[in-house]
Design a protein around this ligand. Structure first.
Ligand code: GLU
Length: 208
C-alpha cells in the first residue's frame, strides 16, 4: 500500500502532485505515475523505478493543467513494470484510476469482464477495478454515481481516486480500510493517502 495524491485548483496541477508524491517517498515504492485531463484526452505519465524516472516525463507537461492525480506503487499484483504502474484506464479510456490496496475478488471480476470482451494491458487488480467502474460509467451516470455503484462490486481494501475526460473538473475518491485525507484550500482542493503530502498546501484537512 503506497502513495496517492490529487489536486484541483489554480496552481500547475502536475507539479503539485509530483511534489506531493515526493513527500510520500519515505513510504517506499517501486513505480509511479500521474494522470491529467487535457482537451478531450486523459494523459498518463508513468514509469517503473524511482521518481526521478517519472520526473523526466513530467518535465514536458503543459503548465496550465489544473487537475491531476498521482500514485506511487508498491506492487502486490503484477511485477513492478511500466505497464503495471498506475494510473490505469477503463475499457474505453473514459476514466483513469489510481489505487492503494488489494481487490480480493479481482480474478473472478477479470474473468467476467473478459467474457464480455474486455482486454487488459496489465496484470494488476487495479486495472480490473478500473474496468468495473468504467462499465458503470458507460451507463451515462455522473462519475460519483459510477464509483458509488462500481465499488459495490469490489471486495477488499482500497483507496481509489478516479478522473474522467467527460467531467474534467472533478476528482472522485472512495475508500475502504485504506487511508485517504482531503485537504481544503482557498479555491483549491486536494487529497492524499497521508497528511504529510498536504501540509505545505493547507492546514484544513478532512480524514475520510
Ligand atoms: N494492488 C495494487 C497493485 O499491485 C496497488 C498496490 C499499492 O497499494 O500500491 O497495483
Amino acid at each position: 500500500m503506497c502513495g496517492i495524491a490529487g489536486y484541483l485548483g489554480p496552481r500547475s496541477a502536475v507539479n503539485v502532485v509530483f511534489d506531493q508524491l515526493k513527500r510520500l517517498e519515505y513510504r517506499g515504492y517501486d513505480s509511479a505515475g500521474i494522470a491529467y485531463v487535457q482537451g478531450d484526452d486523459i494523459k498518463i505519465l508513468k514509469r517503473a523505478g524511482k521518481l526521478t524516472e517519472l520526473g523526466k516525463l513530467v518535465g514536458d507537461h503543459p503548465e496550465d493543467v489544473r487537475m491531476a492525480i498521482a500514485h506511487s506503487r508498491w506492487a502486490t499484483h503484477g511485477g513492478p513494470t511500466d505497464e503495471n504502474a498506475h494510473p490505469h484506464f477503463d475499457r474505453y479510456e473514459q476514466i483513469s484510476i489510481i489505487h492503494n490496496g488489494i481487490i480480493e475478488n479481482y480474478i473472478e471480476l477479470r474473468e467476467e469482464l473478459m467474457d464480455k470482451g474486455h482486454e487488459f494491458r496489465s496484470q494488476t487488480d487495479t486495472e480490473v477495478a478500473a474496468h468495473v467502474l468504467g462499465e458503470e460509467y458507460g451507463k451515462g451516470v455522473p462519475l460519483e454515481e459510477a464509483v458509488r455503484q462500481g465499488v459495490k462490486r469490489l471486495r477488499g481494501a482500497y483507496a481509489l481516486v478516479v478522473v474522467s475526460k467527460r467531467e474534467p473538473g472533478k476528482i472522485v475518491a472512495a475508500r475502504n480500510a485504506s487511508p485517504l485525507v482531503v485537504g481544503l484550500g482557498e479555491g483549491e482542493n486536494m487529497l492524499a493517502s497521508d497528511i504529510t503530502a498536504l501540509l505545505p498546501y493547507t492546514r484544513e484537512v478532512v480524514i475520510i
